[in-house]
Ligand binder design. Structure first.
Ligand SMILES: Nc1ncnc2c1ncn2[C@@H]1O[C@H](COP(=O)(O)OP(=O)(O)OP(=O)(O)O)[C@@H](O)[C@H]1O
Ligand SMILES: [Mg+2]
Length: 640
């Protein structure tokens, strides 16, 4: 879908065209009714004062209407004018809400389709402000500008026409006057829209800072950075307030000028009529003149500067929305419609522990990733067998996380070949590609939801899966009775509930992986925050393949497991190790083989060993917020 600003503007204005046509008709009817009122009044008054009979257009029959009929008609005309205009406003508001929903959905879908790096340079605050400020800002075109336009256009066409045609006002004076008013309003509105633009930019900055502040409040407090941060926000507020005051002042000037226009116009027109007409002005003409200028045309004059302001304002919002919608992923994964059935090897038992099966679970050739000219991953090639347990190791920043994200299509990585089972993954739509995987990010991931929902990863899950959820939690070493979750699976966790420790988050995330029987499991250093004892149990119950030491193997032995880790102890238990260095796959093989063949790997393990020795300290209790009974979880000294 085209998302250029011009296209968006047309989309906002002309989607659901029939409603726009209805608004246009009602606007016209409102203006016609509004004009009929003073004209009926003129006939009424002229007849009362015995002036010459008046007929507008060819409707001689107006003179047949009795006086009381004219009064009723005047009243009905004015009522009609109001009612039709209210109808326009109502439709405008409704359409604006519809369009807000439509635009938000489009933005939401688009933002979700963008990879992290494609959003580069757009801070969270700005995206939030596009949703919260620019979407309503753009649809103000429907809520305000379109009704205003209709309320201005027709009276400003019909009013002068009636003045010239029925009241003999000279067009040579009226038209230049209106032209000057138009230009003046345009200029004032242009100035006002600059304040509006500033206003939005500053608000976006503030939303960004507040966001950062709220997310890091605890750390900021600990670091003693609160005062500096508040000073920064206070400064932004000050600039914002100054802009706001200028904006209000300019708005008041606009209102003042707009309201005095009708007064000036009345004076000008009455003097012109007095001096230019041979016949004396009837009281009916005078009333109609005053009425048309001071009542009928007042609203258009008042609205005109705001109309221009809102149009300029909406245009800046449209441009900001368009800019976000036009962000593209640099290397889109090709999408195809055909989707071979999900391979069933995992459910069927597949192979075990690296057994030879004809089709590997994963085949990756020539995986490379460049971001902003940096070669972050180079020409990586590897296979993963069905049911194989792989460790991915390497120094900090060697590209381990990027490798996992690339497999899930979350980076713009390119592949010469990428097969998942029998599926050409380069041709799979992203959502289908991701169904092959379950993933635990480095920090674990918890939603503000109940424990049950967090494991099932579904807001609408009932109690029907509780047995499985409990079993998964148990296998992930999350003991509901011992952790601080007093309401069992119903306990709210995450930001709005119990704040879990790092290790608890990792174990809930592992339970989620256990609950979802995807064929391939990607774990990004997700054992880092659990203690050695728990890690052993997790490996025994979940990750390990069958071996004389652990027996049958853990619950995931039939799934292919890729574990990023910095733990030396794990490396001896995996089927194979991928050793990464500076974005390259430096070596691969079993632990003993690598120790023999690769000097770099030996050096790396030696550094791990040094680190593990130096970080072995007596266990400390967890932070006070997490565990109620300190005796419960002391074993996990590293959590937090
Ligand atoms: N979106 C990005 N844009 C640019 N560079 C990035 C991006 N993401 C990661 N990098 C860089 O790529 C390199 C590899 O990062 P990655 O997160 O994969 O490291 P890692 O091996 O997982 O490290 P760690 O052990 O600390 O988790 C780092 O130098 C990092 O700065
Ligand atoms: Mg990482």
């Amino acid at each position: 879908m085209n998302a250029s600003p011009r296209h968006l503007l047309l989309e906002i204005l002309f989607t659901r065209f029939w409603v726009r046509a209805l608004m246009l008709t009602m606007g016209l009817l409102s203006a016609v009714c509004g004009l009929l009122g003073p004209l009926f009044q003129k006939v009424f008054l002229d007849r009362l004062s015995g002036a010459a009979q008046f007929s507008f257009l060819q409707f001689e029959s107006v003179n047949q209407i009795p006086q009381w009929g004219l009064l009723v008609l005047t009243f009905l005309s004015l009522l009609g004018a109001l009612a039709f205009y209210q109808g326009v406003i109502y439709l405008g508001t409704r359409e604006s809400l519809w369009m807000q929903r439509h635009l938000s959905q489009r933005l939401y879908d688009h933002t979700l389709s963008l990879r992290t790096e494609s959003l580069h340079g757009k801070p969270v605050g700005e995206i939030v402000s596009i949703y919260t400020i620019d979407v309503p800002g753009a649809t103000i075109l429907l809520e305000q500008s379109l009704p205003q336009f209709l309320g201005i256009l027709f009276p400003l066409l019909l009013g002068p026409w009636a003045l010239v045609t029925f009241l003999s006002v000279p067009a040579s004076i009226l038209m230049p006057f209106l032209a000057v008013v138009l230009v003046l309003n345009f200029l004032l509105a242009f100035r006002q829209s600059k304040f509006f633009f500033q206003f939005k930019r500053l608000a976006a900055d503030r939303v960004g800072y507040v966001n950062e502040w709220i997310q890091n409040m605890r750390t900021l407090r600990i670091l003693g950075w609160i005062a500096a941060f508040e000073a920064k926000m206070f400064h932004v507020r000050k600039v914002e307030t100054r802009n706001r005051i200028q904006m209000l002042n300019n708005g008041q000037t606009m209102n003042g000028i707009a309201s005095s226009i009708t007064f000036v116009l009345n004076v000008v027109l009455i003097s012109v009529l007095l001096h230019s007409q041979s016949e004396p002005i009837t009281s009916g003409t005078l009333l109609a003149l005053l009425w048309i200028v001071a009542v009928f045309m007042t609203r258009p004059f008042r609205q005109m500067p705001w109309f221009f302001t809102f149009v300029f304002d909406a245009w800046t919002s449209i441009k900001r929305i368009s800019e976000l919608l036009q962000l593209r992923n640099r290397e889109p994964l090709p999408r195809s419609r055909e989707f071979q059935k999900l391979i069933s090897w995992s459910a069927a038992g597949g192979g075990t522990g690296g057994a030879d099966t004809p089709v590997p679970a994963l085949r990756v050739r020539g995986l490379s990733l460049d971001i902003d000219g940096h070669h972050l991953l180079h020409d990586i090639n590897f296979d993963v067998k069905v049911g194989e347990f792989l460790a991915i190791v390497g120094e900090v920043g060697s590209g381990k996380s990027l490798l996992l994200y690339s497999l899930m299509g979350e980076t713009g990585a390119t592949f010469e070949q990428y097969w998942i089972g029998e599926n050409d993954a380069r041709r799979l739509p992203l959502d289908q590609l991701r169904q092959f995987y379950t993933f635990v990010p480095q920090e674990g991931f918890i939603m503000s939801a109940s424990l049950r929902e967090n494991v099932a990863f579904n807001y609408h899950v009932g109690t029907e899966h509780d047995d499985n959820i409990r079993a998964s939690l148990r296998r992930a070493q999350f003991d509901i009775d011992k952790e601080r979750v007093e309401n069992g699976l119903d306990t709210e966790i995450g930001e709005r509930g119990v704040n879990l420790s790092g290790g608890q988050k990792q174990r809930v995330s592992l339970a989620r992986v256990d609950f979802y029987q995807s064929p391939i499991v990607l774990l990004d250093d997700c054992l880092s925050a659990v203690d050695v004892d728990t890690e052993k149990k997790l490996i025994r119950d979940l990750l390990a393949g069958p071996s004389p030491a652990v027996g049958d193997g853990g619950g995931w032995k039939n799934r292919s497991r890729l574990l990023v880790t910095h733990r030396l102890s794990v490396l001896r238990q995996v089927d194979r190790i991928l050793f990464m260095e500076q974005g390259r796959l430096k070596a691969e093989g079993r632990f003993e083989d690598l120790m023999r063949s690769s000097a770099e790997f030996r050096e790396y393990t030696a550094s791990l060993e040094r680190h593990e020795v130096s970080s072995t300290q007596p266990p400390k209790p967890e932070p006070e917020t997490v565990i109620e009974d300190p005796a419960v979880d002391l074993g996990e000294g590293q959590e937090g």
